[in-house]
Ligand binder design. Structure first.
Ligand code: TEU
Ligand code: CA
Length: 557
């Protein structure tokens, strides 16, 4: 079935780092409004904003104090209404982040909950007695290091926090909690927003035994089997859909770490009435070792292709994929899967081609359309992210990792790589702000910035523009089925998309030297049309030589 969100391209904004309008070094809503024309020129259909709600910012807004108020640093509700109106005026839809696995510990619900065991809000959160030896209820580790339980003096019990201590997990078993959340969602939807990206939505249902997890020799137990895709998650999402989402023409995308294609079929199947699509993590985990992201492993192309193919085939006709390389939690794609030095522009464009020619809804993360790269963290003091800072301290003091080694991992994989200010031009602070930003600007901003690329032929920005146009122009890019060619190649990622008589051939080289390739028979004639390429191409017949990180897309009618 055709749906607008299948034909859309989404652009993610991390408001803190996008554009500062009032010179305090922090991005804000008026800053976003001032760049709507830039986004319109890029051609995207939907904007997703990372959290803009009132928050003490322990985790940059993913710790919400009040779901129905705007973070002071970002502006006011009037600014938000203006942003929504201005976006809609340009034909751009607006999607907000829904963070309902947890709240801030400063949310009024938690302030009440912690007061006494018989407080009406006590069961809004997950409380447990410690063990007799002064240890927490179980051995679970938090995603942000340390135990997932925090002792609270007032009632001498522990509360569960899968993320920071300032992000207590909500108790979805309690129907009152679910009602509060549904009412809040309705309030935003009635304002006219166009959907939600749902933060760790596959963690909301916890297995109620709260038993210890496997430690694998580490400091803490792994809670995943008891909290990921938990026993009631589909029941809760069906309820949310029935009570709220089904009443609006909106899009939903659930963030679902560790979800398999079978899970995703259940979350996104058309007859399931849960979500439209999910963010899967398999391609983001290819360099992880022993469950830890803090490594210096490099990915193998055959693994990457296998993961993408599994998801393309797994959801074909049975759900819908989201396509992403980047978001606010991941390092920059050109540094991670390309070469951000010698083949910077070529590899940025090749990676974009590889993703945008697949089936699913593509997401572009701010700055990706400029080929923004990882930054350099000279010391832990340059980092702002609670995840990296906590991991640095835990691993260097308790796990025998040297500070130099840890800093090397942080440079490679930390989330702050995505969070440096958007590079608008070559002026001071990259045109992001007139004041020192909350996190340092990437040192390469004089070379890599929007002013140097908008309306510049051959730029990474204009290449993204073209990819978006192609998707809007050719339904085959949206709807055709996917097939991988050359599964064994460690150099080329080649795939077809087929729809009736039409076929699309995407050829991407991940190699740093020339690679010869023989076109499939059908494309060896001259009736094919070159839709896009990142190098100048002569007309060709059967054999082609691909240059480093070359990408080409041919259409055969
Ligand atoms: O992320 C959840 C999540 O599991 C990961 O993306 C996580 O941040 C990463 O794997 C750590 O290595 C979501 C948000 O996207 C993230 O920014 C928040 O910090 C987190 O939830 C808590 O709300
Ligand atoms: Ca500001």
């Amino acid at each position: 079935m055709a749906n607008w969100w299948k034909e859309s391209v989404v652009y993610q904004i991390y408001p803190r780092s996008f554009k500062d309008s009032n010179g305090d070094g922090i991005g804000d809503l008026q800053g976003i409004i001032s760049k709507l024309d830039y986004l319109k020129a890029l051609g995207i259909d939907v904007l997703w904003l990372s959290p803009i709600y009132d928050s003490p910012n322990d985790d940059n807004g993913y710790d919400i104090r009040n779901y129905q108020a705007i973070m002071q640093e970002f502006g006011t509700m009037a600014d938000f209404d203006e942003l929504l109106q201005q976006a809609h005026h340009r034909g751009i839809k607006l999607v907000l982040d829904l963070v309902v696995n947890h709240t801030s510990d400063e949310h009024v619900w938690f302030a009440e909950s912690r007061k006494s065991k018989n407080n009406p809000y006590r069961d809004y959160y997950i409380w447990g007695d410690g063990k007799t030896d002064g240890k927490p209820p179980n051995n679970w580790g938090s995603v942000f290091s340390g135990s997932a339980w925090k002792y609270d003096d007032a009632t001498r019990q522990y509360y569960l926090h899968m993320f920071s201590q300032k992000q207590p997990d909500l108790n979805w078993e309690n129907p009152k909690v679910r009602n509060e959340i549904y009412n809040m969602m309705v309030w935003w939807l009635d304002k006219g927003i166009d959907g939600f990206r749902m933060d760790v939505i596959n963690m909301i249902s916890k297995e109620q035994s709260f038993q210890d997890g496997e430690t694998y020799g580490g400091l803490y137990g792994n809670p995943s089997p008891y909290i990921i895709n938990g026993p009631r998650v589909h029941e809760f999402l069906k309820e949310m859909n029935q009570r709220v989402l089904s009443k609006y023409d909106v899009m939903t995308v659930g963030e679902t770490p560790a979800a398999t294609t079978e899970d995703a079929q259940r979350y996104t199947g058309e007859n399931e009435h849960e979500l439209n699509m999910v963010f899967q993590f398999e391609h983001m985990g290819l360099e992880a070792a022993g469950g830890s992201k803090w490594t210096d492993r490099r990915f193998r192309l055959t693994d990457l292709k296998q993961v993408f193919t599994k998801w393309q085939k797994g959801l074909e006709g049975r759900g819908w994929n989201s396509l992403y390389w980047n978001n606010h939690d991941q390092p920059r794609v050109v540094s991670r899967f390309g070469n951000d030095k010698k083949y910077w522009a070529q590899s940025a464009k090749m990676l974009a081609t590889c993703l945008h020619m697949q089936q699913g809804t593509p997401y572009i993360y701010q700055g990706e359309e400029l080929g923004m790269t990882n930054t350099v963290f000279h010391s832990i003091d340059d980092c702002r992210d609670i995840e990296a800072i906590n991991a640095y301290h835990e691993m260097t003091t308790q796990q025998g990792v040297s500070p130099q080694e840890m800093l090397c991992y942080i440079n490679r994989i930390s989330r702050d790589n995505a969070r440096t200010p958007m590079q608008w031009d070559s002026s001071a602070f990259a045109g992001f702000s007139t004041a020192e930003p909350w996190i340092a600007v990437n040192e390469n901003y004089k070379r890599i910035n929007a002013a140097a690329q908008v309306e510049v032929e051959g730029s990474v920005f204009s290449y993204y523009q073209k990819l978006i146009q192609l998707r809007h122009q050719y339904p085959i890019i949206v709807y055709a089925s996917f097939d991988l060619l050359l599964p064994e190649s460690e150099e080329l990622f080649v795939f077809t998309r087929t729809r009736g008589e039409q076929q699309l051939l995407t050829i991407c080289s991940f190699a740093e030297q020339n690679v010869e390739y023989h076109l499939p028979q059908r494309f060896a004639d001259d009736e094919k049309q070159l839709l896009i390429a990142n190098y100048p191409c002569e007309p060709c017949t059967e054999k082609i030589t691909l240059r480093p990180y070359e990408a080409r897309v041919y259409l055969h009618k």
